[in-house]
Design a protein around this ligand. Structure first.
Ligand code: PLP
Length: 407
């Protein structure tokens, strides 16, 4: 008899997005003339930078010529892209990461979801609360948790990230082996200082743990004192894996290109307590289960590092940051406590009421869609997330309507 993976039955269905869609469509039906402005989604809205598009086109043409055609590429990614990434994203900031420590992939979602499978099923896992749900659900699927009860999975260690600790997760009260961190954070938009990140590196070293550092929103950092990579912290290469993506940087959400850094110094332990190379394990996993990102996409990603590409990407992210600043400033002026919106495209707002009640108020009275904080964990109760991914015109209009609705 064929059996299913019973752990999948523990997964909470994604009521959040279904619920949002249901409420939005009910509103549209009852207000057919009212334009809805969506500030709920975490997807980019502006087109790809021209430098990336040109490189993409050129590479597609190469695939049509016998002399330049390419079949399967290296699973880990082409060296032209891995070398650019190492030099531009790490070495230039004093982090000694080499090209062969970089694994090109089709998304930080897949990588942050898949990485857990190279670790034992009985390790203790810690996640921040609120959290990007992929970290949690993939550990549920792998059987590392008990049932979902009272807003949390049994067996997972939740690290509160709340106003009282500046939205930097508290250290676990019990020892843990694998810790997910995300900065700039989704959903809170909070950032972490080098001093605070160093404490996490020290924790991992003392506890022989590994940090999974999701830096998908790194390109929104403007404050130069903030770390863009965990490898700016001395010694992090022995205890941290970092995830990056071209999705939010260069508008690649529909093109798909990302990368994961697994330093050769990063070690975990086998059942006998012997040190094992995490790089070797991830290399094995990646080469077995993944067959590389397409050549034109990698050429398009490479173009993000050209002088024109860098300038265009800066303009893209500057545009979203201008929206974020407006949202934060105006919501704060309305008396709401906000975090994020600086060095981040997300603004996490204390609505001072039930998250769904605030969602309904913004939808019904302003025609604006947000994301209720409860979708990201128990600590999201009372909060909503507004996203800066929209045009400046739409964001200004949304803010005008919110002000009128709350007046
Ligand atoms: N990590 C975080 C924190 C995200 O918010 C997202 C997307 O919203 C991702 C990873 C996924 O990125 P990608 O598009 O590269 O899969």
């Amino acid at each position: 008899m064929i059996r299913i993976n019973d752990h999948y039955l523990k997964l909470r269905s994604s009521y959040l997005f279904a619920d949002i869609a249901k409420r939005v469509s009910a509103f549209t039906e009852s207000h057919p003339d009212k334009k809805i402005i969506k500030l709920g989604i975490g997807d980019v809205t502006r087109p790809l930078p021209p430098a990336c598009i040109e490189a993409f086109h050129r590479a597609v043409d190469e695939m049509g010529q016998e002399s330049t055609f390419r079949g399967y590429g290296p699973e880990q990614g082409y060296s032209f892209l891995r070398e650019k990434i190492a030099a531009e994203d790490f070495v230039s900031r004093g982090a000694e990461i080499s090209p062969d420590e970089i694994f090109i992939s089709d998304g930080a979602k897949c990588d942050t979801g898949n990485i857990q499978e190279i670790f034992a099923t009985d390790i203790r896992v810690a996640v921040p609360d609120p959290v990007y749900p992929v970290y949690v659900d993939t550990n549920v699927m792998a059987g590392r948790t008990g049932r979902f009860e009272d807003g949390r999975y049994q067996g997972l260690v939740y690290l509160k990230s709340v106003k009282e600790n500046g939205f930097i997760p508290d250290f676990p009260k019990e020892p843990v082996d694998l810790i997910y961190l995300c900065f700039p954070n989704n959903p809170t938009g909070a950032t972490i200082s080098k001093a605070d990140l160093s404490k996490w590196v020290d924790y991992a070293k003392e506890n022989r743990a590994i940090l999974l550092f999701d830096a998908a929103y790194e390109s929104f950092i403007r404050d130069d004192s903030l770390p863009r990579s965990i490898y700016e912290i001395p010694g992090a290469e022995s205890v941290a894996i970092e995830f990056r993506s071209f999705s939010k940087t260069a508008g690649f959400t529909g093109i798909r290109c990302a990368y994961t850094v697994v330093p050769k110094a990063c070690m975990a332990y086998d059942a006998n307590g012997e040190k094992r190379s995490v790089h070797a394990l991830w290399n094995r996993r990646h080469a077995t289960k993944f067959n590389g990102v397409s050549y034109p996409v990698q050429r398009a990603a490479e173009a993000a590092y050209s002088p024109e590409g860098k300038k265009q990407i800066r303009e893209l992210t500057d545009g979203y940051l201008k929206n974020a600043a407006l949202i934060r400033q105006e919501m704060a002026a309305l008396g709401f406590d906000c975090v994020g919106g600086e060095n981040s495209p997300y603004i996490w707002i204390d609505g001072k009421r039930d998250a769904w009640e605030f969602f309904d108020l913004l939808l019904d009275e302003a025609g604006v869609v947000c994301t209720p904080g409860t979708g990201f964990g128990k600590c999201g109760e009372g909060y909503i997330r507004l996203s800066a991914f929209n045009s400046y015109e739409n964001v200004s209009q949304a803010i005008g309507r919110i002000k009128a609705a709350l007046a």
